[in-house]
Design a binder for this molecule. Sequence first.
Ligand SMILES: [Zn+2]
Length: 380
Amino acid sequence: MRTHTRHKVPESQTEPQQSIFTAPSMTDPEPLMTTTIRSPLAQKVAGAPKSELHIHIEGSLEPELIFQLAQRNHVQLPYASIDTLRAAYAFTDLQSFLDIYYAGASVLLHEQDFYDMTMAYAERALADNVVHTEIFFDPQTHTERGVPIATAVAGIERALAEAEQRGLSSKLILCFLRHLSEADALATFEAALPLFEQYQHRLIGVGLDSSERGHPPSKFERVFAKARALGLKLVAHAGEEGPPSYIYEALDLLKVDRVDHGVRSIEDPALVARLADTRVALTVCPLSNLKLCVFDDLTKHTLKALLDKGVAVTVNSDDPAYFGGYVNDNYFATLDALQLNDAELYTIIRNGFEASFVTPAERAALIARLDAHWHGKPAH
Ligand SMILES: [Zn+2]
């Protein structure tokens, strides 16, 4: 379903919330600065240089920033307060999340909004020692509200260029919303062609996201073929809620370089063997899977089983503002739940660099930094 985001709310729910920009949220599950005592292994992971390969920039919009941008842009939100919005983050499945996700993105109107959102994410990533990130954005979420793709990309790029000066390298990947038509995706791709040229240092690929069930990768075979013809990198969400057959379609029809999620591949041993043999990486998002009920308990997550079978799994945050954590939180929860050891965590972090869309020299430099940290040598 297409989600309409500009809901009117009753007058009684639109009272100004004078304190919301200063008072901490009572329901905030974990403040940015935590005093939690971590194990030595968790601390080692926290300090390690890491990549992030599965992050929807619109999913990094924290409730506080959503409300600030709504006020700045005079956008009426269907939530009375930050706490009301955060309380709505009790998702039952992917669709229940997407409904709120699109409402949150409705505050993004101007280049500065995209800059602010992206810079807020960059601060979080840098705090987690992420040194390379490959960011998704959803142009159709914005063009349907009359915001040009160029506005979104310009704001995101300005923030990423600044973040790069502070040690966070990055790429940008344009995602098609799979619940919309193939024609819409094709039109979006055509509209973005000048941007792939203008921002070729940053905008290096296309992806496929949004409601998976009922929208198989095959629906987008032609637009992916066009992107491939331009030499763009290709990724697609597959096997999150959808069946293993969707992962086969992503590999065989879309010819993706990476699979986003892919956790249901474990149901098909031949597929697992193929992923392991070809080293096509999976960008796994453990806290997202937990929050969207893909697994009812992190101890049942398939990440470790896939790792054991030689699949190049990585750990990422997906939509961190909505799912309870950024990259380090995902590592902490996963290493606890799956009892990951030192060597396994090293492999997962290294997989992230192996699967990054960087040059061989950049990859070697990133892995050297990881090795220096992991093996206890001076970082530089
Ligand atoms: Zn995702």
